[in-house]
Design a protein around this ligand. Sequence first.
Ligand code: HEM
Length: 420
Amino acid sequence: MSENKNQMPREEGIDHSLSLLREGYMYILNRRQSFHSNVFETRLLGKKAICMSGKEAAEVFYDHDKFKRKGAAPKRAVQTLFGENGVQVLDGEEHKHRKEMFMSLMSPQAIQKLTDMTKHQWETALSKWEQMDQVILYDEVKEIMCRTACEWAGVPLPEEDVKEITKDLAAMFETPAAVGPNHWLGRRARNKVEKRMGHLVDKVRNDEINPPEDTALYRFAWHRDLEGNLLTTDTASVEILNILRPIVAIAIFINFTALALHQHPEEREKLKSGDKQHAQMFVQEVRRFYPFFPFVAALVKKDFTWNGYGFEEGTLTLLDLYGTNHHPEIWENPDVFNPDRFAKWDGSPFNFIPQGGGDYMMGHRCAGEWITLAVMNVCLDYLVNQMEYDVPDQDLSYSLVSIPSIPDSKVAVKGVKRKA
Ligand code: HEM
């Protein structure tokens, strides 16, 4: 490269993977603050790595000429969270073709179907909760979302398997940063559920079961790649889990929704009016404010210079999602929970990135973002307008270090009653 380059701020030391694990959501943010820089160099997993934060960083990170995904995801996350050969690790035309398969499930009608199913499951759960002394919301909502996810995806879920499948799907997103026994819990869960999905894919292909045509099970079983071949059974299973697992993970946002309502009673009052725009702003603020996905990873595709800094081919690069959503250059008083800020949000695909940024079809932005918003709105309405409950004293603190972060008590509620 012939351009003049500046030295990127650099964290000294042999390796900082442990600091990343120790500081979690705050790792990039802490260094962004101490270096006074939206980009810095460090060493992770034994190699040079770059961390970036902010709107401009997101714009360059989602430029497909500059970054690629193949080989970027850490092995631990592949073994638990992602699975092998899924859409997350594809690039270029192959990615676009696979992504279309996902986005074909996200029509307004399909999203309506999912929200109707979610409502139905909340109704059933509400009748059960009215009979219970105490309800642990996180655990209950995971089960609601597992039932909903399977029904929507066309995946049969016998009643006697509900608890186990819920536990296994949750283990995949509760353990990606874990070491030791919890990591193995996540891996075992993935292997078990992938096998189960594989049997279902085979059954669809052998005409032994016939899920509706608009479901993930049907579409993914019959999807053909760019060469006209069906996906391998393993890859089809991984992709079905890329639907089921994150739908269950919406339980984390629902938990934070309940927490936000508890901590901001004045917001609850405003939401009682049923104003849809205000509800949407509240949901957006929950996704901005609370920690969920800390960062996303890619590799530099070919050498380039950005803001005077050299990016060398093959360098692991992390884009800070949590830190961008709390960036003072983008958000006024970023550490204050304030849904009203979304009345003025410009809708940029790069400055508010809880589920990634950029373009859905061409890039890796979350395929399920519309679904997440729709489901969160349904659940918010239930929590505010369809039910009453008390929140007893408990430890509602949540960590900015453990990934994923969940309120310590998982939000226990008592005296649940359906509103008249
Ligand atoms: C629960 C809340 C969710 C969060 C916080 C979340 C977050 C994310 C993030 C950060 C990415 C990576 C973006 C990138 O690599 O640039 C992603 C990708 C993805 N998400 Fe989500 N997601 C959620 C829900 C969902 C749902 C409900 C679905 C599906 C029904 C889903 C399906 C996917 C898929 C398939 C990808 C890979 C997209 C690609 O590589 O092109 N997610 N999500």
